[in-house]
Design a protein around this ligand. Structure first.
Ligand SMILES: Nc1nc2c(ncn2[C@@H]2O[C@H](COP(=O)(O)OP(=O)(O)OP(=O)(O)O)[C@@H](O)[C@H]2O)c(=O)[nH]1
Length: 579
């Protein structure tokens, strides 16, 4: 709150005082006193030398380009190939640690480019197929810059130049994120979110206006990952693919993204950790001791004065502390931010820059007329990838035409498209099943069919598997009209494995279309049952078309959900590389 004190009154004449009293509501007095400034600067200079890590970090911080460098020469001057062995490479991880503190201020890692982008962004056919349902978006986010401090001096009729009273710049707006259960698609996300900058400080010690924050609302089940500007990657891909045959095949693009490495500086939860948990983000703010706004006399003039050089030296320490504070908050989880539950409060994605100090902070015994202030700190500009992973209790997996949509239609309120041709389902559908009054209802997701070679981008690829990753259990749907449904089941398991879904211990197998050729179906069913016994999976023969065994199926699905609640903590570890 503003203070109106005697000090200001004693500095002006009686006439002035009267006027001041009349206008008192316009003239706040919360400026630091000369002695307070002296003490502050004195403390700064007596502070012990800052950690070398901080100053090293600052040098790195200014080379923001480092983060977006696509590294070809890995590890010793060549592009890394699928079969190349990397010393100390841990295949269970999505990155390789190159160096850790104390050699470097940060944990330096290399990770495949595919972990920070999505193939959908680079292939038109993918986009066309899924334009009805948007489950991946790469979005530019920028927090606001801090406003500049103001250079101003108190004035009245009797005093041309009074004490400095330039206010501080306002802080830049921040970007926050929160889940909203009322939203179920990423379609409404903007291409960019840019928070406003803080306002500049003004005379009479008025601080600048704070920049407006932005709140991004996303559906439950959204995974937010640090990403690259898709334009940079597109240019890079086009360049690399120019000489390749079938250059725009998904397989080529995926391979390129997998074998091109990104160089990143990371940090652990605590300063002593060696495990990279967060990507360190860097602001392009000024060098410590720099970043001044001058009025009347310019930089050249000030730099020639010993008193200014002394002040700058002290303020350098203040800037270093600011930088360090920023480094502590400017980080983002390497594996992404998993928003899989309702959130009471929004979480910050990017924090706005701090406002610069007004000239009132620089009044000292030596400096009576500080004709300078500090500029605001920069905001952060980053790209984030939003991936929606539907939160359904069970996921239906099967070959195209196995009857998945028909089953969902029979058991739930969902009305998916059904057709006798393959790939009728082009985007995931969720249905809610209400088994009985005594049992809780549950949700089931139907995703486009999977075929042999899906992991090599055949058919619709594995793009939609992200939507069953979080389910409590998997439901395999087999068409008994197929020549070898057991083989189909094995192919499905293989394809899931290649996507990183290896723990399929809570599963149910539906043998659909049992009405077709009942004699042959019996033999096929027996062999599948033997396999299921070995896997300890339940099995259910049905005819969705004829409504046969649907009640039993619903009951088995309900048991699967219940069982999943106890034993199936998290269906799948989020495997960055296979996304
Ligand atoms: N005879 C018979 N036909 C069935 C049965 N269930 C589904 N069908 C038919 O099989 C065809 C494919 O059914 P869908 O439900 O669209 O199959 P899907 O697995 O969703 O197919 P995709 O959308 O391509 O993944 C349709 O013509 C259905 O009528 C069944 O129990 N018996």
């Amino acid at each position: 709150m503003f203070r109106y004190t005697k000090t200001v009154f004693s500095q002006v004449s009686r006439k002035g005082r009267n006027r001041l009293q009349n206008n008192v509501s316009h003239i706040p007095d919360n400026a630091p006193r000369l002695q307070e400034n002296e003490n502050w600067l004195q403390n700064l200079s007596s502070e012990k030398q800052l950690e070398p890590k901080i100053s090293k970090a600052l040098k790195l911080g200014n080379s923001v380009k480092k983060q977006i460098e696509l590294v070809e020469d890995y590890p010793n001057g060549h592009i890394i190939n699928e079969n190349d062995k990397i010393d100390n490479h841990d295949s269970t991880k999505d990155y390789t640690i190159i160096s850790t503190p104390p050699q470097t201020p940060f944990i330096h890692i290399k990770s495949p480019l595919i972990n920070f982008t999505n193939i959908k962004y680079f292939n038109h056919s993918f986009n066309k197929q899924s334009n009805a349902f948007i489950d991946v978006r790469i979005v530019k986010c920028k927090s606001g810059d801090g406003g500049d401090g103001c250079v101003s001096f108190f004035r009245d009729a009797n005093r041309a130049v009074g004490p400095p009273n330039g206010g501080d710049g306002g802080d830049g707006g921040s970007i926050y994120i929160q889940t909203d259960p009322a939203i179920n698609s990423l379609a409404k996300l903007s291409h960019s979110y840019i928070a406003t900058n803080g306002g500049n400080g003004a005379k009479d010690q008025l601080d600048g206006k704070r920049g407006k924050d932005i709140l991004i609302k996303v559906p439950l089940g959204t995974l937010v990952k640090w990403s690259f500007d898709p334009k940079i990657i597109r240019a890079f891909i086009n360049d690399k693919l120019e000489n390749m045959t079938e250059s725009n095949s998904n397989h080529n693009i995926r391979n390129l993204l997998k074998h091109q490495f990104v160089d990143l500086d990371c940090v652990g939860e605590f300063a002593t950790d060696r495990d990279p948990q967060y990507i360190q983000l860097f602001r392009k703010s000024y060098e410590p001791g720099e970043g001044w706004v001058f009025k009347e006399k310019d930089h050249e003039y000030h730099i020639g004065k010993q008193w200014f050089r002394d002040l700058r030296h002290k303020i350098k320490k203040h800037d270093l502390v600011l930088d360090n504070d920023e480094l502590l908050v400017d980080k983002f989880p390497l594996e992404g931010l998993d928003l899989d539950r309702e959130m009471d409060h929004p979480v910050p994605l990017l924090i706005g820059g701090k406002g610069g100090m007004g000239n009132m902070h620089f009044l000292t015994n030596l400096i009576r007329n500080p004709r300078f202030a500090k500029v605001g700190r920069n905001g952060l500009e980053q790209y984030f990838m939003f991936e929606l992973k539907i939160l359904a209790d069970l996921g239906l997996v099967g070959f195209p035409n196995a009857g998945k949509s028909t089953i969902l239609n029979k058991i739930s309120n969902a009305k998916p498209r059904i057709g006798h041709w393959e790939f009728t389902t082009l985007s995931p559908t969720i249905g809610t099943v209400s088994p009985s009054l005594s049992k809780p209802s549950f949700t089931v997701a139907d995703i486009p069919g999977i075929i042999r070679g899906a992991s090599k981008d055949k058919g619709m690829g594995l793009e939609f598997l992200r939507h069953i990753e979080r389910s409590r259990g998997l439901v395999f749907v087999l068409g008994m009209d197929r020549p070898e449904p057991l083989e189909d089941l094995k192919v499905l398991i293989d394809e899931l494995n290649s996507h990183g879904i290896t723990k399929t211990h809570n599963a149910l197998v539906i043998c659909n279309k049992c009405d077709v050729n009942p004699e042959q179906t019996f033999a096929k069913f027996n062999s599948i049952q033997r396999f299921c016994n070995e896997m300890k999976w339940d099995i259910c023969p049905i005819s969705a078309l004829n409504n046969e065994n649907i009640d039993i199926l619903i009951s088995k699905m309900s048991d699967l959900v219940e069982h999943g609640k106890n034993s199936y903590k998290r269906a799948i570890k989020i495997n960055l590389e296979s996304l």
